[in-house]
Design a protein around this ligand. Structure first.
Ligand SMILES: Cc1cc2nc3c(=O)[nH]c(=O)nc-3n(C[C@H](O)[C@H](O)[C@H](O)COP(=O)(O)OP(=O)(O)OC[C@H]3O[C@@H](n4cnc5c(N)ncnc54)[C@H](O)[C@@H]3O)c2cc1C
Length: 450
């Protein structure tokens, strides 16, 4: 049995499994990762196309602070990762607002913005933070906004995502277009209001930099995110971490000192288990049925890739925040990553209109519209042409939290406490799905449990 006994077992793969193993190695020696595949890279595995390797859409270690930067530099290598800084722009009403990812409403019209501002004053609530904290659905958050904004966000939510705001958890607002804090005025005015009024600090957005937030964005310059993933995987394997492939993992009811994990052909034991899967995968591990409804909805998106002869914009990516447009995000991939074997630059676009079946049936028909939007976003000149293209329809991209997620995650937390005495940990459960938030939460659990 000793061969099957580990200090820590991590169930899952991708960035979260890799960093968990890396930080856990600093504390314990014998670690097993149970993953659906031998390759642990997850969404970081690139697409091979035109003689180069390109990420599935935009992939950075971003939103991180100095401490997290140091961890990643140590893990992946300071000779590999380069800090590109915050490099986003927003396209609202087909005008570009630099260094910001959220819609910039003055580009719709100054009158529209002024009206929003007046409505925000009418809506003024002293205890806004408390009201926001009590929100359950994304609709609850929208109800706190001026009707003009609420209607736009509701309509775009249905069109781009294919769901109504009342079907999504309040956490859905992590998506830039759908952020609760929207940008309704120039940065200097917004900062003034945010500094002086709690209410405005909670309801309106301004640029990251003006808020004094870190603007770190790490990437393996001239390569692809898979290179960082492979270094991470090799490092943990070299330090003795074992991998077991399993597509139907079960966690036995707790009745011994150790947690018993059953795979198709082997049983493993551990003092501590880290779950780093999505919630719906994790709920399947237990005998008890925690939820009969799904908690996660994977956003279907079509990825358009283009090769072209020049780079036209300094921005790493531009968010598509114009109502009715197809692109959610367009990426200047060769600005930070690889080029094709013919030395061409690659641009990519993450596209969704989930009310339009025709887009999914015949995406080629939408090619010129997508390219035109890329030109609007400034990634290509208006007279610039693309050389080659490829379309990759992906039925599952970002994991969005459905309304039911809130209850199920709370139930699971309680269930783990009561039945497994907190020996099964799920760092970041219920928090925003970004690499920076996960690292933060993981560090807390690793340090708290030793
Ligand atoms: C296109 C795209 C781009 C993104 N870009 C960024 C970015 O630039 N920055 C950022 O911070 N975040 C980004 N994200 C979000 C990112 O996916 C999350 O930050 C998350 O931390 C990464 O997920 P992961 O590494 O845990 O798993 P992933 O890489 O998403 O995939 C691994 C999946 O395998 C499943 N799995 C593995 N083994 C098992 C098993 N044994 N049983 C059951 N399930 C198993 C896991 O549940 C997991 O869902 C992006 C997401 C997408 C879809």
């Amino acid at each position: 049995m000793d061969n099957n006994k580990f200090d820590i077992i991590i169930i899952g793969s991708g960035y979260r499994a890799l960093v968990t193993a890396y930080l856990a190695l600093k504390k314990k020696k014998k670690i097993l990762i149970i993953s659906k595949s031998k390759n642990l890279l997850g969404i970081m595995s690139p697409i091979t196309w035109q003689g180069g390797k390109f990420d599935k859409g935009y992939q950075f270690f971003d939103g991180i602070d100095i401490k997290q930067k140091d961890i990643l530099m140590d893990f992946v290598g300071s000779d590999v990762l380069h800090d590109f800084g915050f490099g986003a722009a927003s396209l609202t009403n087909n005008k570009i607002y630099p260094f910001h990812a959220i819609p910039y409403w003055p580009h719709k019209s100054k009158i529209f913005s002024f009206k929003l501002f007046a409505k925000f004053i009418i809506n003024y609530k002293k205890n806004i933070k408390q009201i926001i904290d009590q929100a359950n659905s994304y609709e609850d958050l929208l109800n706190l906004l001026p009707t003009e904004l609420k209607n736009i966000l509701e309509k775009e939510c249905e069109r781009r995502i294919g769901l109504k705001s009342k079907e999504l958890s309040y956490k859905f607002q992590d998506f830039p277009f759908f952020n609760f804090r929207q940008t309704i005025m120039p940065d200097n005015l917004a900062i003034l209001l945010k500094k002086n009024f709690d209410y405005f600090d909670n309801v309106i957005a301004s640029r990251r930099k003006s808020l004094g937030l870190e603007c770190i964005s790490l990437y393996p310059k001239g390569k692809n995110m898979g290179v960082a993933g492979e270094i991470m995987q090799k490092k943990i394997l070299d330090k003795g971490v074992k991998i077991k492939s399993s597509i139907s993992t079960k966690i036995s009811n707790y009745n011994t000192k150790e947690i018993k994990i059953i795979t198709e052909d082997q049983i493993f034991y551990s003092d501590k288990v880290y779950l780093v899967t999505e919630l719906d995968d994790a709920l399947d591990f237990f005998e008890k049925k925690i939820s009969s409804k799904p908690n996660i909805y994977y956003l279907p998106q079509i990825f358009f890739y283009f090769t072209t002869n020049k780079i036209n914009s300094k921005f790493q990516y531009v968010h598509g925040n114009t109502e009715g447009n197809l692109i959610n995000r367009a990426n200047n991939m060769s600005l930070y990553g690889e080029k094709t074997s013919n030395n061409e630059f690659v641009l990519s676009a993450e596209v969704a209109d989930n009310k339009n079946d025709d887009l999914w049936k015949d995406p080629d028909k939408y090619l010129s519209k997508v390219w035109k939007e890329i030109q609007m976003m400034g990634l290509a000149d208006f007279d610039q042409k693309y050389n080659n293209y490829e379309i990759f329809p992906l039925k599952k991209t970002a994991a969005l939290h459905l309304l039911n997620f809130n209850n199920s995650s709370e139930y699971l937390k309680k269930y783990l406490q009561e039945n497994f005495l907190n020996k099964i940990l799920f760092p970041g459960l219920g928090k925003r799905t970004s690499r920076s938030f996960f690292l933060n939460e993981l560090e807390k659990t690793i340090n708290a449990n030793e």
